[in-house]
Design a protein around this ligand. Structure first.
Ligand code: SF4
Length: 264
């Protein structure tokens, strides 16, 4: 099947192109979990600038960032990043540290609320906002509330990373959700391909877009519909798909028979 061929061709060899490489540097599950959250929340904007920022953010936290955060040993002046001022970044680090002190792990915080996955994600986002003890536009952007109706790409990406089994990319850390309960993280590349492949007709890449595209992918893999996300996003990120017919690229693309962008 075309999507499976795409997944098989884009595995962990492409890890270096993705912010998942940051949590994968650590061995301990607690460190991977904490770094996954930070890397996912700041996964927006220019890829190189994001990578440089995460290097500067994580370096002072040392070899065991979860313990450093929980102990409150925070960098005095963390770097700013685009919409986040240095004070916002410091408040986030402090908030994650407080959450770890209170719950032990981020999963325990997520699990502390019963309900449907969307209700638990909403509560998780609100809990982190509260733990930051600072209100600012930068933190609102960093910790969006799913109830606002956006696709919440960075939350979806974090959940994909920690919930999906370890496949050399995703981390397989959490058991409080199953892969079947995840929604696909919708970035500009995934949104374009989802429309081109007929996974949804929605124009706006919002929460309903993510739900419809995920439901369509579940027809191919009901237990793990977001398994296709990394490979779909990689097509655009690696510039192997330009979002239009480019014969030398489309000729090599396993999606071509199904892609409205390439002509059928
Ligand atoms: S067939 Fe061409 S336009 Fe369609 S996804 Fe592949 S590379 Fe992109």
């Amino acid at each position: 099947m075309a999507l499976d061929a795409l997944v098989n061709a884009r595995g962990s060899a492409f890890l270096h192109t993705d912010p998942l490489r940051f949590p994968r540097r650590y061995i301990a599950p607690h460190d991977r979990e904490a770094v996954a959250l930070l890397a996912a929340l700041f996964a927006y904007g220019n890829v190189k600038a994001m990578g440089d920022f995460l290097e500067r953010l994580l370096s002072p936290l040392g070899a065991h960032p979860a313990a450093a955060l929980a102990s409150g040993r925070l960098p005095a002046e963390p770097p700013p990043y685009r919409f986040q001022r240095g004070e916002d970044v410091r408040a986030l680090l402090a908030g994650v540290g407080r959450t770890l002190r209170r719950h032990g792990t981020l999963e325990a915080c997520f699990e502390s609320v019963r309900g449907e996955p969307e209700e638990r994600l909403e509560a998780f986002a609100r809990a982190l906002r509260g733990a930051c003890r600072r209100a600012s536009p930068g933190l609102d952007h960093l910790l969006p509330l799913p109830s606002a109706g956006s696709a919440c790409k960075r939350w979806r990406m974090f959940l994909r990373w920690v919930v999906r089994p370890d496949d050399g990319l995703d981390l397989g850390l959490w058991t409080c959700l199953t892969p079947a309960q995840l929604l696909i993280p919708v970035d500009v590349h995934v949104a374009r391909l989802a429309r081109a492949l007929g996974l949804t007709r929605r124009a706006t890449p919002d929460a309903r877009f993510a739900a419809e595209a995920t439901a369509a992918l579940a027809r191919f893999c009901p237990t793990d519909p977001t398994r296709y996300d990394f490979a779909l996003a990689r097509l655009g990120i690696a510039k192997e798909c330009r979002g239009r017919r480019v014969e030398r690229l489309c000729r090599a693309c396993s999606l071509r028979p199904h892609c409205a962008l390439a002509g059928r």
